[in-house]
Design a protein around this ligand. Structure first.
Ligand code: HEM
Length: 195
């Protein structure tokens, strides 16, 4: 039987999980907010949105690297085969969201003439480069690319809503119905023992 230590993610894994979750959900909220604005008042929240999104990209790449070095602890034996497959699929798709959303955001921002006089500034401090290939496209091609990446960004955001709903819905099931200790793998103050 695995020890309590082996049965859960380590402190680094838990910190990255909760930090990325907070930033991802916060950035969705920020996008919903700036979608209600027009003109000058929209600039600051959009800039913050880009900075948070690019931070999610960097943290997700670190998390992916960490996952290779330190594979996740095995699920408790009591977890059904279908639930293992569903959890695995949701986790893979979360990486598509965590990496695909920032990349398409970066691409749609690069494929815009605005980037020439208003570059992406990480939290107003450091300039983040535009994707040169997109930033130098001729007018009509740039417009087409911009629209395609806006559509892709919106579609991946919808995937994110579905995954967050599924992932969050699984929590009370494990915690109150199955009581299988799965939640304790990622929540610092919960135990991992079933019962
Ligand atoms: C965690 C990462 C991110 C999340 C969760 C996220 C989420 C969203 C959402 C939900 C929208 C509204 C989509 C719609 O109304 O259909 C949006 C729009 C937008 N995002 Fe992101 N995004 C992320 C990363 C980024 C990054 C890294 C950039 C740029 C560097 C970016 C730039 C934009 C822009 C410019 C818009 C407005 C697009 C438009 O409608 O013209 N996003 N984002």
């Amino acid at each position: 039987m695995p020890s309590r230590h082996q049965a859960r993610y380590n402190a680094f894994g838990m910190t990255l999980h909760w930090l990325i979750a907070l930033l991802l959900i916060g950035n969705i909220g920020l996008a919903w907010y700036f979608n209600t604005l027009n003109g000058l008042p929209k600039i600051t929240p959009v800039q913050l949105h880009k900075s948070i999104g690019l931070t999610v990209l960097l943290l997700s790449l670190i998390r992916l690297g960490w996952r290779v070095v330190s594979p996740p602890p095995p699920l408790p034996a009591a977890v059904d085969a279908w639930a293992r497959i569903a959890a695995g699929a949701v986790h893979v798709l979360f990486y598509v969201v965590m990496i695909g959303l920032p990349l398409t955001g970066w691409a749609l921002s690069s494929a815009s003439v605005i980037i020439r006089f208003k570059p992406i500034m990480l939290f107003g401090l450091v300039q983040w480069p535009a994707i040169a290939l997109l930033a130098h496209l001729p007018g009509p091609e740039m417009k087409q690319a911009h629209e395609a990446f806006v559509t892709a960004h919106g579609l991946i955001a919808k995937l994110a809503y579905a995954l967050i709903a599924l992932h969050v819905a699984a929590a009370p099931r494990h915690l109150f119905l199955l009581r299988d200790g799965v939640m304790g793998r990622m929540v610092p103050f919960l135990g991992t023992q079933a019962g």
